[in-house]
Design a protein around this ligand. Sequence first.
Ligand code: CP
Length: 312
Amino acid sequence: MRFNRKDILGIREMGSDEIELILDTARSLRDIITRTIKKVPTLRGRTVVTLFYEPSTRTRTSFELAAKYMSADTVNISTSTSSVRKGETLKDTARTLEAMGAEMVIIRHPVAGAPHFLARNLRASVVNAGDGMHEHPTQALLDLFTIREKKKRLKGLKIAIVGDILHSRVARSNIWGLRKMGAEVVVSGPSTLLPPESATLGVKATHRVEEALEGADVVMVLRLQLERQRKGLFPTVREYTRYWGINRERLRLARDDALLMHPGPFNRGVEVSSDLVDGNQSVINKQVTNGVAVRMALLFLLLGGKPDEISR
Ligand code: CP
């Protein structure tokens, strides 16, 4: 299959064949990360810019490392030290970067649709690194990669996603991706944090976390955004942990070989108990490593690489 996209804006518009191609390409590239010399010449001379209007550790660093491992030149724009502080618009900032030779702009923005707006206004490729409450497609791709690697399939698995589903771009992208790949998804959290359109998204929603966990192959825990409490969406953090926190006793409801996942950053002892984060069912660090491989695959495919041309 040929990869014909200029941009990666969301999982919603992707086909299952495209998702497979990205995951297969990531698998071919992942060895590079474990070598002593982590460098291939594949993207030598190509220029990639990260433009983040929100904080990030994992996404931004893994894109930067992915580009460096493939010999691309990278520039990170921090909005706190750029002309964004002087009122420069998103479009003007991005066009300025393009005029300097950027061939790809990786953007995180608090407003849903900001990457789509840039994609319409730039010749450069645009990658959505998280837009508001809308999508975080590269997180979902690395989650799919991790599940497929561990379980050898996606089709037919039961995936429980627990937490603040309503405000989570990670949940939304994962729901699209998992459903396209044939998995069953059940979401759980306080009723105030469950999206009203769950049925439209093709998932079952329940405020009883035990129901979601029963027989699950994968338990994906989301970060509790503590600021939601100020908005009255749940009474106290302690009560949240009591009813929806994932601890050893609750995890026993899932299959014995269930994977525990979290996109990070996590609040230890709030949405997930600290012992589980470090326990043998946790694949949280694997997700981080796989994030580099998946982002290498996206850089490679978007910048015109063909899967049979991967340099080793
Ligand atoms: N999962 C995730 O997007 O983490 P960062 O905010 O650290 O990039």
